[in-house]
Write a protein that binds this ligand. Structure first.
Ligand code: ADP
Ligand code: MG
Length: 623
């Protein structure tokens, strides 16, 4: 007789059943992989004991691709083939890259799909391929140290990443042979690492100051679901600015100007960074660097001096905090927890300023480099089913509303922003014209009422609808958003069963701040939009009534009297002129009077068609 394995409820799975899963922080500068072992989440080291993998890939030729520290050492000697900061171009089109120029020294090649390719010695490489090399390296590291294949991973992305950027990240993972359980917002992962998802509810601020970027996110937790209330930040602000301040201090002290002596500048920058990091623990640091012509510079930099050098940069982050909190519609004192993320939050002055602003101490006891990867690892562990006692799965919400275009270039929202995902929502639509046999479905993202103010994601046609009178077709449009925020849309005409669908892989294209801008615009224009919408709805209704009348007159014009016709014509011309204006109420009135004038004619028409149907039949048959 087979023995059943019995385990107490709440006990974790025995080690041999433990499924291997990992969390990956795919960063702009650095990436990490973490996993949960014996109930504890921690990052994994490479064979040299390094936890941090620089997000840099060197493409010397097809068979020689270097990732991480070895790639970094080529950055200065072979810059065009050494790709860093690829995260900045994930999911971007060639057009988008124009705005990023200056940051990126690479040669980009445009092509039909407008997915930019970087020209390297190993061929033309897409950002997805570059990212995939980083992910591959992390996967190998995890599988080597865990001794088996990963069944799935959670990869973190910035909260403001749009569909295209998320899709590109997922594509990179697939290319690296990884199964993505889900993508998780970076600030959400950081909050999870601190166990904040275990609390009932509350407002959390995630302050993320890395090497080259600053992000602030305000999250609201309700029943285990994090909602991103607002995000803000600066894609060109971080610890690198602190390094530059120290470097120019050194140049000043040495009475030198910034030169194009790259070797020397690099030595100075390197010393600046070392000094900055040392000042986190020390009150003062000795600086010693070789300048040009064997000249040495020696001095001491105190923490206080350093703090004066970086003051304006930190103040900038505080201005962003204030603004982002205001965008979230909350008060500073309502923020219960502040989570510190990113290497630069180690600087004591950063912590001090943040504590001053929020009026409470930020959470700092988890390593700020690892906190995002750790939160992701905890989620991956849950999603792998390693904690059977914990069934609560953390969910994310949709950053922007999704909808379709309706008559008059209006957007009908089908899934509202901040809806918890995954989600499926359906809505019925109908045809506008008699005999309409096809319908174009235009999928849009955004908060505004007009198509032109939202972002177009995809279009597809539902064809083969049997010819019916306007309004008789029942077209069910279904939106399905999966746990990663990726969308598929289908449409079905329910009488005939004809179907069409599209998986929305949006055209690559929103910039960092565009979601934010779109949201803000929708708040600013809310009133104006309501007015515009009301007007357009009346215009569409006017067109529908005029079209119906035209078609009725064409078919049954004989049923109308001369007087009626004159009155209808007059009401029609009043409506036509109201239709030109922008007074919705006026159009509404004109529609009403036209309907009144044509009432008798329509009634006669109805009677006749009933009579036609009944011709040759006995009345009883219809009872
Ligand atoms: P990113 O998010 O851009 O990938 P990280 O979060 O890894 O960046 O942060 C890197 C930054 O953290 C660098 O500017 C680095 O100098 C800084 N940093 C690392 N250690 C310290 C430290 N001990 N004190 C101050 N800054 C530090
Ligand atoms: Mg980071």
């Amino acid at each position: 007789m087979a023995l059943l394995q019995i385990s107490e409820p709440g006990q974790s799975t025995p080690p041999h059943e433990h499924k291997l899963a990992a969390g990956i922080d795919l960063g702009t500068t650095n990436s990490l992989v973490a996993t949960v072992r014996s109930g504890v989440a921690d990052t994994l080291a490479d064979e040299n004991g390094e936890h941090i993998l620089p997000s840099v890939v060197h493409f010397a030729d097809k068979d020689e691709i270097l990732v991480g520290t070895p790639a970094l050492s080529h950055a200065t000697t072979d810059p065009l083939n050494t790709i860093a900061s690829v995260k900045r171009i994930m999911g971007r089109s060639v057009k988008d890259l124009a705005t990023l120029e200056g940051y990126l020294p690479y040669k980009f090649i445009d092509n039909e799909s407008h997915v930019p390719r970087i020209d390297t010695a190993a061929g033309a490489i897409t950002s997805v391929e570059v990212s995939s090399e980083i992910l591959k390296s992390l996967r190998e590291r995890a599988e080597a140290s865990l001794g088996g294949e990963l069944i799935g991973v959670v990869i973190t992305v910035p909260a403001y990443f749009d569909d295209a950027q998320r899709q590109a990240t997922k594509d990179a993972a697939t290319l690296a042979g990884l199964n993505v359980f889900r993508l998780l917002n970076e600030p959400t992962a950081a909050a999870v690492a601190y166990g904040l998802d275990q609390q009932a509810e509350g407002i959390t601020a995630i302050y993320d100051l890395g090497g080259g970027t600053f992000d602030i996110s305000i999250l609201k937790l309700t029943k285990g679901v994090f909602e991103v209330l607002s995000t803000g930040g600066d894609t060109a602000l971080g610890g690198d600015d602190f390094d530059r301040e120290i470097a120019s201090w050194i140049l000043n002290q040495a009475k030198l100007k910034a030169t194009n002596d790259h070797q020397m500048m690099r030595r100075i920058m390197k010393e600046a960074r070392r000094a900055k990091e040392a000042l986190t623990a020390a009150e003062a640091v000795d600086i010693n660097v070789v300048l040009n012509g064997d000249r040495h510079f020696e001095s001491t930099l105190s923490r206080h001096q350093f703090e004066q050098l970086i003051e304006t940069h930190i103040n900038k982050t505080i201005v962003w905090c204030r603004k982002t909190i205001r965008d979230a519609g909350v008060e500073v004192r309502e923020v219960q927890n502040i989570v510190m993320v990113g290497g630069s939050t180690r600087t004591p002055y950063v912590r001090e300023k943040v504590a001053d602003f929020f009026g409470k101490q930020p959470l700092t006891n988890i390593d700020p480099d690892k906190v995002v990867a750790i939160g992701a690892a905890q989620q991956a562990n849950k999603l792998a089913g390693n904690n059977p006692e914990e069934d609560m799965l953390l969910l994310d919400v949709l950053p922007l509303s999704l909808g379709i275009e309706t008559m008059g270039e209006l957007v009908e929202k089908i899934v509202d922003r901040n809806t918890v995902i995954p989600v499926t929502r359906a809505q019925k639509f109908t045809t506008f014209k008699d005999g309409q046999t096809a319908m174009r479905i235009h999928v849009l993202q955004g908060e505004r009422e007009k198509v032109a103010d939202c972002r177009s994601l995809a279009t597809f046609d539902l064809t083969g609808i049997p010819a019916m009178v306007a309004g008789a077709a029942h077209i069910l449009v279904t939106f399905q958003v999966d746990a990663d925020g990726l969308l598929s849309v289908s449409a079905e005409e329910q009488n005939s069963g004809v179907r069409a669908s599209v998986e929305v892989k949006p055209s690559y294209g929103l910039s960092d701040s565009e979601i934010e801008t779109m949201l803000k615009a929708s708040f600013q224009h809310a009133e104006e939009d309501v007015h515009t919408r009301a007007l357009i709805e009346q215009q569409v209704e006017a067109d529908r009534v005029l079209e119906a009348l035209r078609s009725a007159l064409a078919k049954d014009g004989s049923l109308i009297t001369k007087e009626e016709f004159a009155k209808i014509e007059q009401a029609k011309s009043i409506l036509l002129s109201a239709r030109q204006g922008n007074d919705g109420e006026k159009i509404k009135q004109a529609i009403k009077s036209l309907e009144n004038e044509s009432e008798a004619f329509i009634a006669r028409r109805m009677n006749r068609s009933v009579q036609q149907v009944m011709k040759g039949h006995k009345v009883e048959e219809f009872e």
